[in-house]
Design a protein around this ligand. Sequence first.
Ligand SMILES: O=C(O)[C@@H](CO)OP(=O)(O)O
Length: 346
Amino acid sequence: MDAAVCNPFLGTSSSRCYVSSRPCVCPDLRGSSMRLSSEFFKVEIGRSERSLFQSSGKKPSPIIALASQTSVSDPFSTSSKNNYSDSSKKSNEAALILIRHGESLWNEKNLFTGSVDVPLTKKGVEEAIEAGKRISNIPVDMIYTSSLIRAQMTAMLAMTQHRQRKVPIILHDENERARTWSRIYSEETKKQSIPVITDWQLNERMYGELQGLNKQETAERYGKEQVHEWRRSYDIPPPNGESLEMCAQRAVMYFRNEIEPQLFAGKNVMIAAHGNSLRSIIMCLDKLTSQEVISLELSTGIPLLYIFKEGRYVRRGSPVGPTEAGVYAYTRTLAQYRQNLDEMSY
Ligand SMILES: O=C(O)[C@@H](CO)OP(=O)(O)O
């Protein structure tokens, strides 16, 4: 994992190298060093998983007032998206929401999509809005998305439903002019905003010569087994494309170097990305082996909540709706956050 990562969307080698500069709580991605640990890996994360995490129907437990989390970084006050974390100030807990984009026009047509930048269908838009309702009571301080429109649409549509009513704003730092021209001059307005950071390293795996081909027709032509191997094996790439392992190297490295420090700093983070970039990250969070990750499937538009606490990720599943008790009952901080929202809306 020592190689610098090139940004194919810039056509040149990225000026940034994502070589990890700090120890990480994720295990090494190589299968040999992984522990067989998760009881979840065989379930589809999404619709069929709901039952596993369904609300108990109980009300959240009594709430003890907690000091609010101190924000230790201000992404809006810096020109660089690399500069704003201070992981030395650790908070007790942060929420991490992962969401695969809603259905895209090529999902609907059953085409291999990969790095092709395709928008959501009407159903995908509805899924994103529904996802937003499910997470509308969970704090979000920062949003990371891929550079692809389907993930960005999903993040933005989901945030239209959030009760916090903050404005998600995409940070543009691709060049000096973009930085200058997108500056915000009101501290108050910045406080009412959520920075959205887009990066190609969270993109879907690049599907090479399969991009644009119909999945069913490809299976008929090359055989079901071959196509399944291309789609779901860990280390076998499709022709001229990325294997899951290759996708994981860039996506997990980005997660470790850019996103995890925010969690350590107490920021609540949402990541809107793709089936395979998120499978790689979940592999890391849930310590799945390269065998286990094969069975991991993500539904479109279903948010998945983790609690990051004392350097560990605890999966809470997918909030079923804004009234879902189990998620809020789990941590006092989330319950307190929700109570504050309730009080504000009276
Ligand atoms: O086509 C793609 O980009 C992906 C996600 O839709 O497909 P698969 O599920 O086969 O990895």
